[in-house]
Design a protein around this ligand. Sequence first.
Ligand code: NAP
Length: 435
Amino acid sequence: MRHIAIIGSGPAGYYSAEAAQKKYGDDVTVDIIDRLPVPFGLIRTGVAPDHQSIKAVSRRYEKTALGDNVHFIGNVTVGDDVSIEELQGFYDAVILATGAPNDRPLEIEGSDLPGVIGSAAFVGWYNGHPDFKDLDPPLDGKSVAVIGNGNVALDVARILAKTASEFAGSDIVGHALDQLKQSNVEKITLLGRRGPHQIAMTPKELGELGHLERARPVIDTLDFPDEGADAMLEPGMRKSVTHLRSFFARAGELREKPVKIDFDFFAMPVAIEGGDKVEKLIIEKTELDADLRSQGTGERYELDCSMVISCIGYRTPPIEGVPYEHGRGRFANVDGRILPGLYCVGWARRGPSGTIGTNKPDGFAIIEAVAEDIGAGNNKEGRKGLDRLFERRGVEAVTFRDWKKIEEAEVANAREGAPREKFTDIADMIAARKS
Ligand code: NAP
């Protein structure tokens, strides 16, 4: 029998578990450990609440989770409740599927001012992550700057722009919906340090901006190369750029919508200014060098704003004793192998890129690597040893059955038309599993 521990219950974790089930059938046990008492990682707390069809992939993970040899162990923090070394003592393979939940720091002057928020915090706030439930973002001002030209920046801009009725059927948490209803935001500026041909926004997500109830995307065509140059783009990017151009073409039709989502290209934030909170962003105009990198031109201008949300990528938090690549913000690894018996997968392996589906081949590949290394297993104890340690330390782990009770309570608490009202407090989650 082989025993595998996976740390992290997001897509990378569950696709790896599914791969182990397929590879070994009954000849494996897979324990999926998570810091939160609730599973599915970014599917629950990252994917936008108005993208329910993407969130539906959790049904596939549930199928894996309900297999006899896969167990969810929630409410357990690796590093506090159990160390990596201890896990390695119990399991043939320990796979880190911890994602990249920390914001890449915005290293400009003034980024510590109140009102400067990282996307992990802002997304966590509207998605009910317990760490960010008290964020209380300043929505009283008229103008917000969103830094970055990726899909997270798009999510953030769209959530800021939507009306309450556009959240029907979503699972945005009540506290965020209430605060957004009171929002005064009228202008959301999306800042890209490069141009329209260098965006990291995918077409479907970008297209949504053209169909919002009260908001309109605003484009300056002077930022664009000649239309003929679009033919050189790969098809996905070409579609995205076509959406951008169509926003300009439809400007007259969209004119009446009061909230502006302004695309500011070739715009590099260089400082944030304000007294006791954000008041303005200082931006430097850029141009591209021969390698398509952005270079400041020296020309600066200001954007008045009362909140800055930086959506410039994420990092995997290091774990003591685990080799780490600081530059790239992920575990040091070769094809997912970190040290003998210790692996990483998903964003913890390759950094925060790709779609949820990218984690599937990743999960299957890591199990192939594990299989090559561990053969028939090394007579380790697996869960038995872990349970003994938990008992000694008084660790209160949450099972998948417990999660189903928590989920039942969340569904019962849902406002009308919503799939669930998430608990945002760990103590409430734990209490719900006992009810
Ligand atoms: P991303 O796609 O890597 O985009 C990051 C953006 O930040 C880029 O435009 C980048 O510009 C910019 N940036 C980086 N450092 C900067 C700096 N110092 N100053 C100004 N701009 C800076 O990351 P993401 O948006 O966080 O998304 C992470 C992953 O999740 C992506 O694979 C994304 O597609 C995925 N995701 C998908 C969905 C969806 O499919 N619905 C939703 C959310 C996220 P440069 O290009 O110039 O570096």
